[in-house]
Design a protein around this ligand. Structure first.
Ligand code: ADP
Length: 346
């Protein structure tokens, strides 16, 4: 049975959208709001707060508030029934009571951590080519000052490193553009058969240089989707470039287009574009992380091939913006297939 004053207290506490308790001056729980009851159970009223949470920092907040009367707040990582990062606030109400509330900051903190990791990664990625370039400049000013052959070689290496920085900045700008467009559904009509053929035409020569042949398997139909043409070009360019890069000398990269009456996770009919290679592939354990920014299966090898580590992250974001799906399949030592599924248009 809840009496009238208990009901008023609970109504007051339900003004807090976060877990909140009303405690008397001995830390006995007088009332718990609906989120608190959902988390800690229905019958916490009458218990000492320490029985449901033993964290010394939280108890200290309550006691400080009781003793000094002012609001006390602390960001705490909790790992009991309440798990995650919480802004814990103790506020004095009335003569000698306290409301303690827990605002869940887990997602905000995770986003902050991701942002600072990203900045650290970008700085690191930019610093390594810059360090190489500085080293080459010193060599050119010192030991190689009069060595024309060495100068030609070092200038060439410096050009490669500058190219790496340029690609990285280009990819960062693409990623930021894709992210800012994330919630805007593209509206133009794009025919993927023609688009993929154009991408392959541009990549045929660099592929041949790497000893790889790119072939396309398609049918005599239109693969119409609603999309952003430039972004879709980027998707297939990144996937085919990767297939060429990691596909191995003498290999064949095949790009197949299909129309499907339905596909998991896609509304209505779908268009599928699969890019397969016969390269080294990778172990299954890499799959969940492959589209993360700067994740590389073999760090040294990917860098040596001039990769920025951002290609698949860009692909994933563009595909998501188009309400599509990216499927990845790979067998170590045999090759990989990256399939883009997009909702088909009439
Ligand atoms: P990168 O610029 O390093 O190629 P991506 O984001 O495009 O970055 O790819 C991330 C990582 O995924 C690569 O470093 C590579 O290890 C792996 N990868 C991508 N495509 C393939 C592929 N076709 N075969 C094998 N590994 C691949």
């Amino acid at each position: 049975m809840i009496d009238a004053s208990q009901k008023t207290l609970e109504d007051f506490l339900n003004g807090f959208s976060n877990v909140a308790f009303f405690l008397d001056n001995r830390r006995i729980i007088q009332a718990a709001n609906t989120p608190a009851q959902a988390t800690f159970g229905q019958d916490t009223t009458g218990q000492n707060f320490v029985a449901i949470m033993r964290r010394p920092e939280v108890l200290r907040l309550i006691d400080n508030c009781l003793t000094h009367g002012h609001q006390a707040q602390e960001l705490l990582a909790l790992d009991g029934v309440l798990r995650g990062d919480f802004q814990v606030t103790a506020s004095r109400v009335g003569e000698s009571e306290v409301v303690i509330s827990f605002a869940d900051q887990t997602d905000i903190r995770a986003a902050e951590r991701m942002r600072s990791d990203f900045v650290a990664n970008v700085s690191h990625e930019l610093r390594s080519p810059l360090t190489s370039i500085s080293g080459f400049i010193e060599t050119l000013q010192g030991p190689a000052k009069d060595d024309e052959q060495a100068q030609i070689r070092f200038l060439d290496l410096m050009k490669q490193e500058a190219g790496r920085m340029d690609r990285l900045i280009g990819d960062l700008l693409s990623l930021s553009k894709v992210e800012s467009d994330a919630h805007v559904l593209p509206r133009s009509s794009v025919e993927l058969g023609d688009l993929v053929t154009r991408v392959i035409a541009v990549l045929t020569q660099p592929a041949a240089k790497a000893g790889v042949v790119v072939e396309v398997k398609t049918q005599d139909v239109l693969f119409q989707v609603q999309g952003d043409e430039d972004q879709l070009i980027q998707v297939f360019r990144n996937l085919i470039e990767n297939a060429v890069k990691y596909g191995g000398d003498g290999g064949i990269v095949s790009v197949s287009l299909d129309q499907l009456p339905n596909a998991p996770g896609i509304r209505g009919k779908a268009v599928s574009v699969a890019v397969s290679d016969q390269g080294e592939g990778f172990a299954r354990r890499h799959l969940p992380r492959l589209t993360e920014r700067f994740y590389r299966v073999d760090d040294g090898r990917a860098r040596e091939k001039g990769g920025t580590g951002l290609g698949l992250a860009i692909v994933k974001h563009i595909v998501q913006r188009h309400r599509g799906r990216l499927l990845i399949d790979s067998i170590e030592g045999k090759g990989s297939t990256f399939t883009v599924l997009l909702p088909g248009a009439d």
